[in-house]
Write a protein that binds this ligand. Structure first.
Ligand code: HEC
Ligand code: HEC
Length: 270
C-alpha cells in the first residue's frame, strides 16, 4: 500500500525554504496514516477510558506519549510485550491483541509523539504538498465525496474549524467519540443494526453486540433502552450498516497524492 511519505525532494525544498542545510533537516514523517487512524480508533475504544482519547493521560492512566515503554518501543515489540502482561496490581489490565493491532497502536502512539515534537513543521509540510485544485476534482469525481458532502453545506468552513493535522485525521477517520468512558454504541456515528422479525416488524438502533447466538442494540432515539434477541440462523434478519463505511473503505485506497491534495482542498474551505 502506498502511504503518506514526504519525498526527499520535498524535504530538500523545505530545507531551502527555511534555510536549513540537509544535515539539519528534521526527520520526515514516516507514518502510514491509515495505520495511525486504525490505531487511534483502537486506542479510543480500549485505552481511552484510562489514558484519554488522545493518549495524553486520563482518569487514572498516565500520559502514554511520555511513557518510556512507548518511547523506546520499536514497531510494537516492547509495547506488545507489555500489553500481554499488563500491571494488574497497579490497575493496568492485560490485553490480547493481534500483531497488526499492536502495530497500529504503536504507529499511532509514535506519530502522536512525533507530532507533539514537530507540530509546526508538520503543519507546514501538510499544506505545502497538496494541490487544492486536484483535491477538488477528486472530491467531485473519483472520490465520490459529493454523494454525502457539500463544500457549501456540511463542509463549509471545515478548513477554519480544524488545523491541517486534525483535518487530515478527520478525513481519514471521522468517528467522534464522547467524554471518556462513553461506549462506542453511544458515539454520534455509531454502527447501526436493523433487526427484522418474522412478523415483519423492524427495529433499528446502534449495534451493541452481535454474536452467532444473540444481537443487542441500543435504541437511542426511541426509548434509550437496550434490546436483545436470540438468533437462530437467519431469524431474525440482521443488517449491519456503518455510517462511516465510505471512510473505512477509503482507508485502504488513499494514495499519497490523493490524500495531500484532498487535505489542501479541505483546508481551503474557509
Ligand atoms: C482500566 C484502566 C486502564 C486501561 C483500560 C488501560 N490502561 Fe494502561 N495503564 C493504566 C494504569 C493505572 C497504568 C500505570 C501503571 C503503573 O503505575 O505502573 C498504566 C500504564 C500503561 C503503560 C506503561 C506506562 C509506563 O511507561 O510506565 C502503557 C504503555 C499502557 N498503560 C498502555 C495502555 C494501552 C495501549 C491501553 C489500551 C490497549 C491501556 N494501557 C489501557 C490503566 C489502564
Ligand atoms: C457514504 C457517505 C460518505 C461519503 C461517500 C464520504 N463521507 Fe465524509 N463523512 C461521512 C459521515 C457520516 C461523516 C461524519 C459526520 C459527522 O460526524 O458530523 C463524515 C465526515 C467527514 C469529515 C469530517 C467533518 C467534520 O466536520 O469533522 C470530512 C472532512 C469528510 N467526511 C470528508 C470526506 C471526503 C473528502 C470524502 C470523499 C473522499 C468523504 N468524506 C466521503 C460520510 C461520508
Amino acid at each position: 500500500m502506498q502511504v503518506a511519505r514526504v519525498s526527499s525532494a520535498m524535504v530538500a525544498f523545505l530545507c531551502l525554504a527555511y534555510g536549513l542545510s540537509a544535515s539539519q533537516s528534521p526527520p520526515s514523517p514516516k507514518f502510514d496514516p491509515a495505520a495511525v487512524a486504525r490505531g487511534e480508533q483502537l486506542l479510543k475504544a480500549e485505552c481511552g477510558f484510562c489514558h484519554g482519547g488522545n493518549a495524553r493521560g486520563g482518569s487514572g492512566g498516565p500520559d502514554l506519549t511520555r511513557s518510556a515503554i512507548v518511547q523506546e518501543d520499536e514497531n510494537g515489540k516492547q509495547l506488545g510485550a507489555f500489553l500481554r502482561v499488563g500491571r494488574d496490581d497497579k490497575g493496568m489490565p492485560k490485553f490480547e491483541f493481534t500483531e497488526p493491532q499492536i502495530s497500529d497502536l504503536a504507529t499511532f502512539l509514535h506519530s502522536a509523539i512525533y507530532l507533539a515534537a514537530n507540530r509546526s513543521l508538520y503543519k507546514i509540510l501538510d499544506i505545502l504538498v497538496g494541490d487544492p485544485k486536484a483535491g477538488e476534482a477528486f472530491f467531485n469525481g473519483a472520490g465520490q465525496c459529493r454523494s454525502c458532502h457539500s463544500p457549501d453545506g456540511d463542509l463549509k468552513d471545515v478548513g477554519a474549524k480544524y488545523d491541517p493535522v486534525t483535518l487530515q485525521g478527520r478525513l481519514l477517520m471521522p468517528r467522534t467519540g464522547g467524554p471518556p468512558g462513553t461506549p462506542a454504541y453511544r458515539y454520534p456515528n455509531a454502527v447501526k443494526v436493523t433487526i427484522t422479525l418474522p412478523s415483519g416488524e423492524s427495529v433499528t438502533g446502534a449495534l451493541v453486540r452481535l454474536t452467532d447466538f444473540e444481537v443487542t442494540l441500543y435504541e437511542a432515539a426511541a426509548s434509550g433502552q437496550m434490546r436483545s434477541w436470540l438468533r437462530n440462523g437467519d431469524v431474525p434478519k440482521v443488517v449491519v450498516t456503518d455510517p462511516l463505511q465510505a471512510h473505512m473503505d477509503m482507508l485502504k485506497k488513499w494514495t499519497d497524492a490523493d490524500m495531500h491534495n484532498m487535505t489542501a482542498y479541505l483546508a481551503s474551505l474557509k
